[in-house]
Design a protein around this ligand. Structure first.
Ligand code: F6R
Length: 237
């Protein structure tokens, strides 16, 4: 594990963006697995800046998002389709047919999950996966459970995740209870994993990186990843 300690969110975002830029410079047609939520927002801003400065080109890149709420259409303001469009895709030169996000409105959930795993295989796996970490230790939407789920699956979000994500939804609007998420096979199969943790993730990050490896704390599996880079704010350490 390579741990990079940074002193501010600004620096976290900058360092993370630089990792993505390096990846795309090395391999312009990289497959990037991308997270949503608060943590990577700054990284996306920095990537857009670097794109405008001519320092990065998304022209050949592919993106596969980690997860999506079940039941939300792509245009819904809280869907991860919409988030990605606003935070990155509308601002850079990524080809629309190189963008993949689970379809929250899929009629057949099993088929959607299988198709997503086949897609990852067809793309020859993920070159760089960007992860945040939930307060309960989830990565993507792999929630604490009795076992590690291998493949893309439909998951019932834990009450703590629903509560944590309520902040993004307007008053009276319910957070969906289910979401599609990549499983641990995609996470552990990614050639490099970049885990981002702001100061608010201090306790859970410590347990995930140095505690017991257990499906009760899904991020702990990352201890076994051969190419893990953790970028965390000093206070998260
Ligand atoms: C989002 C995702 C989640 C978030 C996690 C942390 O695509 O996969 O695992 O990374 O819930 O969210 P924030 O960054 O909002 O604290």
């Amino acid at each position: 594990m390579n741990k990079i300690l940074v002193s501010s969110y600004e620096q976290l975002s900058d360092t993370a963006a630089e990792e993505v830029v390096n990846q795309l410079t090395k391999k312009p047609d990289s497959v990037l697995a991308l997270a949503t939520g608060s943590t990577p927002k700054g990284m996306y801003e920095k990537l857009i800046e670097r794109y405008h400065e001519g320092k990065v080109d998304f022209g050949q890149a592919y993106t596969v998002n980690l997860d999506e709420y079940q039941g939300l259409p792509a245009e819904h303001l809280q869907s991860y389709h919409y988030y990605m469009k606003k935070q990155l895709f509308d601002e850079v030169n990524i080809a629309s047919d190189h963008i993949y996000i689970p379809n929250g409105l899929a009629e057949d959930a099993r088929q959607e999950c299988q198709a997503y795993d086949s897609l990852i295989e067809r793309l020859n796996g993920i070159d760089l996966m960007v992860l945040g970490i939930g307060r309960n230790g989830h990565i993507a939407f792999n929630e604490p459970a009795a076992w590690f789920d291998c493949n893309t699956h439909l998951v019932r979000l834990s009450e703590s995740t629903i509560q944590a994500n309520q902040r993004f939804f307007s008053e009276g609007e319910e957070v969906p209870k289910y979401a599609y998420t990549m499983g641990m096979k995609a996470v552990m199969g990614a050639k490099q994993v970049l885990l981002l943790a702001g100061a608010d993730k201090h306790n859970i990050l410590k347990d995930a990186l140095y505690g017991r490896i257990t499906s009760a704390l899904p991020a702990s599996i990352l201890q076994l990843h051969p190419n893990l880079v953790v970028i965390c704010e000093e206070k998260a350490e």
